[in-house]
Design a protein around this ligand. Sequence first.
Ligand code: PGA
Length: 263
Amino acid sequence: MNIRGRKPIIAGNWKLNKLAAEVAPFAAELRSALPAERGCDVVICAPFPLIPAVRESGAALNLGVGAQDVSEHEKGAYTGEVSAAQLFEFGVRYCIVGHSERRSYHGETDFMVNEKAKALLANAITPIICVGESLEQRLRGLTRELVEYQIAAAFSGIPAEAAAACVVAYEPLWAIGTGNTATTGQAQEVCADIRSALARIYDAETAARIRVLYGGSMNAGNACDLLAQPDIDGGLIGGASLKPADFAKIIAATAPAQRDAHE
Ligand code: PGA
């Protein structure tokens, strides 16, 4: 548990990278680089065809199996879509929804994000709901309003108990894949705003249970400072999750926050 009693999550977002044949070598390297004890959940969100390999190679490491998208539909004439029930059947227990790349390149709207989160919750899969502002929105001072709206839309119609099981990832668009990480102050401020918004929608107790991650150029060098922030309960990691040594360092960086909590 971290300082606020929430178990951190370090989730890798592999995006459109790797082949199934690369998963076992990745897991072997990660295993040798991982700290002996870890107090966080570790998840790999892989492309659909790699999910069986992640499940198989990750089992000994207790890796959570994640997907990067899901259909909002249960079944029917939706060519190319994958349902939450199908993901569950393959061992998927986490799924990213509303990633900015899906919002920008695939027209995913806030309402679709909401429907997808509901479909996942109905199938016992933890949604990792992504929110975040563009550089222009930040420069115009719209970050708080935008992120609060994204949160309100994503959680609409989701009851408190189900909401408490969700994970939110704050990912400023200008920080994703750019090497421009948000400062710890910027990241903490928005993650705290997200928690306040959740407290207004639900109540303080529910908001205190929801894990809020930071994502956007998190790496082995900056993870410690980010993860030490009181409202940052882990990370959604793109580029650095492809390299086992770097990913292991980020996982190890969750330890100081836990040690502080025990002092
Ligand atoms: P990045 O990606 O760590 O490569 O910036 C994060 C994400 O898009 O989830």
